[in-house]
Design a protein around this ligand. Sequence first.
Ligand code: SER
Length: 342
Amino acid sequence: MLLYSKKSSYFADSKDIKTLLIRKMKNILVIGATGQIGSELTMELRERYGNEHVVAGYIVGAEPKGELKESGPSAIADVTNVEMIASVVKQYRIDTIYNLAALLSVVAESKPRLAWKIGIDGLWNILEVARENHCAVFTPSSIGSFGENTPHNLTPQDTIQRPRTMYGVTKVTTELLSDYYHNKYGVDTRAVRFPGIISNVTPPGGGTTDYAVDIFYYAVRGEKFVCPIKAGTLMDMMYMPDALNAAIMLMEADPTKLIHRNAFNIASMSFAPETIYEAIRKYEPTFEMTYDVDPLKQRIANSWPDKMDDSCARAEWGWKPTYDLDSMTKDMLEKLRIKLNK
Ligand code: SER
């Protein structure tokens, strides 16, 4: 019997559906809790659900530090080790997993096998553990799941996804495998396609959109910024508070309203390098920028949407961003001046 997804849940039976409808996030595991998104998502979840209910999952060599370490439980949780994940899930009676383990687009091009191992073999492990332990799973997709032949302007929710990067290949597979586990086993999988995420806490490592974070550090340090992306290259971007809110809102959303699951386009701003440069110059008038285009980053950027259409996310679970380019720029500069003592 089908109750909660108009489109895709033909295998799930009514018992699964009952479980889904009464599910509440009580004990949460964040995998990749020391990474760019994980470090802030873990703290935000602790704020909302209570410190002791949110476990920071990390790998050896990327241990939590400071407030992240002190404020709540943490556990080694390597996605490539299914027994380890199962044991953490059982020990902390986890009901929701945020799976943020991944290599970003540029790094994944130099280590494609590792990107697959973490992104897809790892995801399979998470989904199996989730199936056995009745956990909901959030595994983000990305603007990187699209390719050259995707419509670039107002990229639709349902469209061509034929990326040529390994990052993109893993993200499309993530979407398909997550939907498969939902359709076949009733696992409550949900996700968004993140734009480039901009934050002032943990820097990204090895992504195509990293320039939009780096540019702020140069501006605040009073240094000239050399942009690796060509003027005129539009990409979707989002400020971290909106990204965190999207991930949490979607996992809390009423499942009966979700027509899509893996994964929703979400958007808040789209800009090219010269536009963010001008936005910063409004507050730092002496800031200078030149270009030295990185061919790999440019090729990847050219294959991604200029701007996604996020109307399905808005209609199905009430997505609405709060920051635009100007309000984000103002906040980033203020926070970074404090962080860098400038
Ligand atoms: N920020 C990511 C990257 O550049 C895109 O999702 O790889």
